[in-house]
Write a protein of this length. Structure first.
Lengths: 489, 486
């Protein structure tokens, strides 16, 4: 008999509905796996008591016919989503003692859909990073290893590295993430799973600890495209408490998985052929193009001429917003305070001890680019370029229905590998940041392995509010790629 | 009525611009649903948003926007269809977010103009530069513990309108006239209670001096001026300080200064160099504010008659003097009282006299406001109609009013009870004249011989007999006829 953890989210859901499995069985199984693989450090806070309580409720509902759409499905919650009564750290020391009195909209919607929360997953501090190595609660270790026998510990990607590692290692069936510059798609690619960042405004930001408000967007991870469709449908929707949330109906995302992409026009942006792109990535991309072509899609070359400015633009706008968003962590009302007799000393000591290096770096960059005398040259210029980047996509989407690109410029790297040079680390986001600047939805689908046997993802970019086409294309790619590789092998 | 300072080197003109922070009357705060009323216990009106808890987001309160538009219309100002909320970044314990959400480059209200009334009866137009919406800060409390400070966040996030004037004011008198008129307009509109003592209206005063005709001088911004009196004192002190500096050959520094009411002086808070770099940028949590089409017009339809409109109407429609009209429109309730009295009493000028001199005089003496008046507008109208229809004389009416004020009774009741009804029967008055003339034949003779002044004597005697009730006009006419032997 196959193990519970061999099932996908959707398969588990069906077995729960048909009572072949109980929510208690499923939850206990995942809780025990969490124990076994604790060394991956995928969770900052585990919530087994809550999970078991929720499993009992799920079983009762499954028994009495009041099951909700995702009844009994155990998930991980990125520790950036505020959860009522459960410590929420944002991966930072400064919130090490912070227990919210409220539940974020996304986590509440998932709870109300019947999911079971196993715990709060690890992340880069305040979601700033691409490796999960800036977390104050230790690195999350990818369950994947290179084939070379070196057994180096690899990063799961970031910032949602705890979530991607947990889904990949089957320490949950799905997980939430947030994506400000690639923080869902890059870790999904590194861990060989599916990750989707919907259109900015699709999921409420209420209760998500802010990094860069105009870019932050919640999304989900799971093993399959269908699983992410189910999860995203549950956590999307208008929220009057978030002024940037869109008042639009949530489509039936899984219904978009028709397997039929005939006649769809898939754009290939030529500017994504960056210098020094590894051949493996190039090959994988071509493979993806071929798969879609043979499934009946039409391939068109498009141009996104301002692509090369996306990364520098992102590293002005995101830190600018972050420098302001993180001003509230001052030790006055909550969080870890370093007591000093004088106010300024208290501020300085609290923030010096509470924030890690990467967060401090971005606060300083952000403060600098907003300063008098530099504002026009940096912040205003970046906003202008951002508009151009957005316009690039609008123009490209006149010729196509979705874009296909690599998700990352490489497979997962070893912990410590890019630590010496922040810019090298920032380059991880080269294919992903443009979407955040343009507010567009994107998905990473596992499509192949590099020579070391590490997963590589392809990215599908959709028009604003057209996640359905992404799911459709994602489903076709998933079938064609037939990605069966698993970690721990 | 410009304030001019006589210096060593000549005459100096005092130039003032005002930044007024007016707390918006609304049930909830600008971006949260916490209550926004004055006087709640400390930290009782604080939402998760106001305390800047992680992940909390601002949502704009429509009522506050409506109030800002109302105010803009009341200031005859341009309402901007699109405005932008920005973050003004600085650290302070009573600023939980570490930034104040304010409007900077794109305020909701642009240029406008109001008319101020000067003590000599003249009026002057003062330009409004802009009005923008912003969050108030909380309150730091430093005197409850020897080493610790406390923070009260009740006010944190309450909506403020910052109303900026052009540097059109010339001295302390105009500055206070401006504040008074602004407060009057806000109260008429119901957008701010204008209470400077409770801090719901606060003014920063920009002061500079120049030789008349010269370009503007360097200005100092004075904070902590919390009353009309403080505004006057601070302007007098600061303008004199600047004149002295310049005449001593020293520069005036552009800086923020604090008014110290105890020492009666301004002193430097921070210079331009030390000024905060607020790093304004558009708040990414809030989309640009775009006003629904037609909304401004809908609000315009609901505007009350504003003080100046009312003043001009009172002068035109009721034939009042500028002075009377100005006094009567000073408060909305006062103007409404006046108009109710006119409705019953049918004589606007008489009513103006009675309201201003008798009623407001009496209330003022007792330290009462019009809202507490023991004499209702309808009752005062009743008194005036008794004067108008000759039931009582103006003189008797004053006694009746005193009785009304003391007892709350109606004028007609008092007149009946005390038999104060005026004698208007010609035969009766003639009889009294006959009797008095008969009693004083010598004086009659003297009068007729040319001693005109004795006319008053006869009037007095007759009034004495009638207890003052004889109709004075009729008495005069009839007495004259009798004495002149017609």
């Amino acid at each position: 008999m196959s193990s519970i953890s061999d099932l996908t989210l959707d398969q588990t859901r069906r077995k729960l509905l048909s009572k072949e499995l109980s929510a208690k069985d499923v939850t206990d199984h995942y809780l025990s796996r969490m124990e076994v693989y604790k060394s991956l450090n995928a969770y900052i806070t585990e919530t087994p008591d809550l999970a078991q309580k929720q499993a009992a409720e799920s079983d009762a509902r499954l028994a009495n016919g009041t099951a909700r759409p995702l009844e009994g499905i155990p998930i991980g919650m990125k520790d950036l989503f505020c959860t009522e009564g459960i410590r929420t750290t944002a991966g930072s020391k400064i919130l090490g003692n912070f227990v919210p009195h409220y539940e974020s909209t996304v986590s509440r919607k998932l709870r109300d859909a019947g999911t079971i929360m196993l715990g709060k997953t690890n992340l880069d501090e305040f979601a700033m990073g691409s490796s999960n190595t800036t977390s104050a609660y230790g690195n999350t270790i990818s369950p994947w290893r290179r084939k070379n026998g070196g057994n180096e510990e690899l990063v799961p990607g970031g910032s949602s590295g705890g979530s991607s590692a947990a889904v990949s290692a089957k320490l949950c069936l799905g997980a939430t993430g947030t994506d400000t510059g690639g923080s869902i798609r890059q870790p999904a690619s590194f861990c060989g799973i599916v990750g989707i960042k919907p259109t900015y405004g699709r999921c409420s930001r209420w209760g998500i600890i802010a990094y860069a408000s105009s870019l932050d967007q919640a999304g989900v991870f799971a093993e399959t495209v269908k699983d992410t469709a189910l999860l995203l449908e549950a956590c999307s929707g208008f929220d009057p408490r978030d002024s940037t949330s869109a008042n639009l109906p949530v489509p039936d995302f899984s219904a978009a998985l028709t397997g039929d992409v005939r006649g769809l026009r898939i754009g290939i942006p030529k500017e994504y052929r960056v210098d020094n792109m590894p051949e493996e990535i190039e090959k994988l991309w071509q493979q993806g193009i071929d798969w879609l072509k043979s499934a009946g899609a039409e391939i068109v070359e498009v141009s996104l001429p301002h692509t090369k400015y996306a990364l520098p633009t992102y590293y002005i706008i995101a830190p600018a917003e972050a420098s302001s968003n993180l001003a509230r962590y001052d030790g006055v009302r909550y969080g870890v305070r370093q007591d000093k007799p004088a106010l300024i000393d208290m501020y300085e000591a609290t923030r010096a001890a509470g924030f890690g290096d990467e967060v401090k770096r971005r606060i300083m960059i952000g403060t600098y680019v907003l300063s008098a005398g530099y504002y026009d040259a940096y912040y205003i210029k970046a906003q202008q370029v951002r508009r151009l980047i957005r316009q690039d996509f609008i123009n490209a989407f006149e010729k196509c229905d979705a874009l296909l690109t690599p998700a990352t410029p490489s497979a997962a790297f070893a912990i410590g590998e890019n630590e010496d040079d922040p810019v090298k680390m920032y380059l991880n986001d080269v294919f992903t940041v443009s979407l955040n600047l343009a507010g567009l939805p994107g998905m990473s689908v596992p499509a192949g392995l590099d020579s070391q046997g590490l997963p590589l993802g392809l990215q599908i970019i959709g028009k604003a509010w057209d996640e359905e086409t992404i799911f459709k294309v994602g489903g076709v790619l998933e079938n064609a790629a037939n990605f069966k590789a698993k970690p721990f092998q | 009525m410009a304030d001019l300072i006589q210096g060593e080197t000549g005459t100096w003109e005092v130039v003032i611009g005002m930044e007024v922070h007016a707390q918006v009357i609304a049930n909830t705060k600008l971006f949260s649903n916490a209550g926004a009323t004055f006087g709640a216990a400390q930290n009782e009106q604080v939402s998760m948003v106001d305390a800047a808890m992680p992940g909390m987001l601002p949502v704009l309160n429509e009522k506050c926007v409506e109030q800002a538009i109302r105010t803009g219309l009341g200031l005859n100002a341009q309402i901007n269809e699109t405005s932008v909320f920005e973050r003004k970044n600085y650290f302070y314990p009573d600023l939980p977010q570490g930034y104040q959400i304010s409007q900077f480059q794109h305020p909701i209200v642009g240029k406008g103009v109001i008319e101020i009334d000067l003590p000599d009866g003249a009026t002057k137009e003062i330009g409004i530069t802009r009005l923008h919406l912003e969050q108030d800060a909380g309150k730091s409390i430093h005197d409850q513990h020897p080493t610790k400070s406390y923070v009260d966040l009740n006010r944190s996030g309450c909506a403020l309108m910052e109303i900026v004037s052009e540097p059109d004011l010339r001295g302390a008198e105009e500055a206070t006239a401006y504040l008074s008129k602004l407060r009057m307009i806000l109260r008429y509109l119901g957008t701010c209670d204008g209470n400077m003592e409770e801090g719901s209206m606060r003014a920063d005063v920009n002061v500079s001096v120049r030789k008349p005709g010269d370009a503007y001088g360097t200005r100092a911004e004075i904070k902590n001026v919390n009353s009309l009196k403080a505004v006057q004192q601070a302007i007098h002190f600061e303008s004199q300080r600047q004149v002295t500096l310049i005449e001593e050959g020293k520069p005036v520094i552009q800086e923020t200064r604090l008014w110290d009411p105890d020492k009666q002086e301004t002193r430097s808070m921070r210079s331009k160099e030390e000024a905060h770099d607020y790093r304004y940028f558009p708040d990414p949590d809030l989309l640009p504010l775009k006003l629904r089409s037609g909304w401004v017009d809908e609000i315009r339809q609901t505007l009350p008659e504003l003080p100046d409109q009312k003043k001009h109407r009172f002068m035109k429609e009721h034939g009042l003097s500028l002075y009377d009209a100005t006094v009567l429109i000073a408060e909305k309730i006062r103007a409404a009282y006046f108009e109710t009295v006119v409705e019953t009493g049918k004589d606007a000028k008489l009513t103006a006299n009675w309201v201003i001199n008798e009623l407001l005089g009496a209330l003022n003496k007792d330290g009462k406001s019009l809202a507490d008046s023991p004499v209702s507008a309808a009752d005062l109208g009743g008194l005036i109609s008794l004067i108008k229809d000759d039931t009582i004389s103006g003189k008797i009416a004053k006694d009746v009013f005193a009785e009304m004020y003391a007892t709350g009774k109606q004028a007609a009741t008092i007149v009946e009870e005390k038999g104060l009804r005026q004698v208007t029967d010609i035969a009766e008055i003639e009889a009294m004249i006959e009797s008095v003339l008969a009693e004083h034949p010598d004086n009659v003779q003297a009068y007729r011989a040319g001693k005109d002044k004795l006319f008053g004597f006869f009037v007095g005697q007759i009034m004495k007999k009638t207890g003052g009730k004889a109709n004075p006009g009729m008495l005069n006419t009839l007495l004259k006829e009798k004495l002149d032997g017609k």
